[in-house]
Design a binder for this molecule. Structure first.
Ligand SMILES: Cc1cc2nc3c(=O)[nH]c(=O)nc-3n(C[C@H](O)[C@H](O)[C@H](O)COP(=O)(O)OP(=O)(O)OC[C@H]3O[C@@H](n4cnc5c(N)ncnc54)[C@H](O)[C@@H]3O)c2cc1C
Length: 397
């Protein structure tokens, strides 16, 4: 049976992208979001060409390009000496190699751009301030007034809908936390090259910094071990919390230590991940984004995977064949991609946080490889194009 109506639970990056992707296929969409208003939460995000290609297909790329910043390079730098270790070209190079831009922006900018497109689409309805704790038809109809053909759980790492998928795994603390804050651009530019994304590498720690053009600011995220396992997305840090966390950066360059110690309004993010498990129940419910497979940010691809999931789900679910096998095919197809991205994240974690002889070897290997060959390692990731139609092997009538 073709899908005519979907209910999407959660209006984050995955949910809003899915709404646009389904509407583009002619499907009516009800979005159910627990927050009473979609506020400016979160921090910086990088949209690599694989995600930008989907945003382009959905018609929001031109609006984003007016707001975001396209870095010239991703610069890998020693956290102690601040000397460059290596770099991967981006900017014009990314557009030529992967045929799409790499942009950096605030999550709120991406969310509000997607939201404006959803609100302008007559096939999409948004219900704010409505928390769903299960995917029961009665609960959904009570909010939307109509029975959906499919429920999409896009309700993030602490997904309630995941609990309705038999065998789905609970989130687990990764052992790492992130400290995120935004600096004014003049302060950021005293330490970081404002034309680049800078990744500073240290033992068991790393920092990523880049400009947020639309806010005239710099985004900074510091990753370290520890951080507790509080069940939260993020929380404000007290001066005491910050001082305790900064012990992990005691061997870092004093300029970076000073930036961290004087961080304005720092927030701490315990990093949780959701291990491999089923994402769908028959033909009724399917999970996407962090609800399905939250991952650590070492490959900076969490939101990108949510965006790819959303677009490809619409492709698989709108075939003319039965929905349950189409959802199974979607899950199998996406699982392979997510596994590769997770493996890349694990590799980055190993390389970024190396110490002792491994760090020395890493720096030698990276300095010997021309930047273009480092870029070619990423073709499978950034050159990926999300499917607009399900492959022919998916059952269709
Ligand atoms: C430090 C850090 C850095 C990162 N950097 C990057 C990066 O550079 N690039 C990148 O691609 N990704 C990055 N990510 C990952 C990215 O932020 C997430 O993967 C992405 O936001 C997940 O989107 P989502 O829509 O699945 O979930 P969310 O953004 O969490 O959205 C879920 C939505 O569902 C709503 N909701 C929850 N429960 C319910 C309910 N019961 N009923 C109704 N509504 C509900 C929530 O209010 C929310 O609006 C980073 C993450 C971290 C922690």
């Amino acid at each position: 049976m073709p899908v005519r109506t979907v209910a999407i639970v959660g209006a984050g990056i995955a949910g809003l992208t899915a709404a646009l992707a389904f509407a583009r296929k002619g499907v009516a969409v009800d979005m159910i979001e627990k927050a009473p208003a979609l506020e400016e939460v979160g921090a910086g995000l990088q949209s690599f060409p694989n995600a930008s290609a989907v945003l382009d297909k959905l018609g929001v790329l031109p609006a984003l390009e007016k707001l975001w910043f396209e870095p010239d390079r991703i610069l890998l730098v020693s956290g102690s000496s601040l000397k460059p270790v290596s770099s991967v070209p981006s900017g014009t190079f990314a557009r030529q190699r992967w045929h799409m831009p790499h942009g950096v922006l605030h999550r709120a900018t991406l969310q509000s751009t997607l939201l404006a497109a959803v609100q302008a689409n007559p096939l999409c309805r948004l219900y704010l301030g409505q928390q769903l704790d299960a995917a029961s038809e009665a609960d959904i109809v009570a909010v939307t007034g109509r029975v959906p053909d499919l429920v999409v759980g896009a309700d993030g790492v602490w997904s309630a809908l995941r609990r309705t998928v038999p065998g789905a795994k609970a989130p687990r603390f990764s052992g790492n936390m992130a400290i995120r804050f935004v600096l004014d651009s003049a302060t950021g530019a005293t330490v970081f090259d404002p034309t680049c994304v800078t990744a500073l590498l240290g033992a068991k720690t790393h920092i990523v910094a880049y400009p947020l053009r639309e806010m005239n600011a710099f985004n900074l995220v510091a990753i370290l071990q520890g951080g507790g396992d509080a069940r939260s997305w993020f929380r404000s840090m007290s001066a005491w919390d910050l001082t305790a966390a900064l012990a992990a950066f005691s061997n870092w360059n004093p300029a970076i230590q000073h930036l961290l110690a004087t961080a304005p309004n720092p927030t701490s993010w315990p990093l949780f991940q959701v291990a491999d498990g089923p994402w769908h129940v028959g033909s009724s419910t399917v999970l996407i984004g962090d609800a399905a497979h939250a991952m650590t940010p070492f490959a900076a691809q969490g939101a990108a995977m949510a965006i790819e999931d959303a677009f490809e789900l619409a492709a698989f679910a709108t075939g003319t064949g039965p929905l349950a096998p189409a959802l199974a095919a979607f899950e199998q197809h996406r699982r392979a991609r997510i596994a590769k991205v997770r493996a890349r994240g694990a590799f980055n974690r190993f390389a970024y946080h190396a110490r002792g002889p491994v760090r020395v070897a890493r720096d030698i290997v990276l300095s010997m490889r021309p930047p273009e060959t480092l870029a070619s390692d990423l073709d499978w990731l950034y050159g990926y194009r999300a499917l607009d139609e399900a492959p022919v092997s998916t059952p269709r009538h």
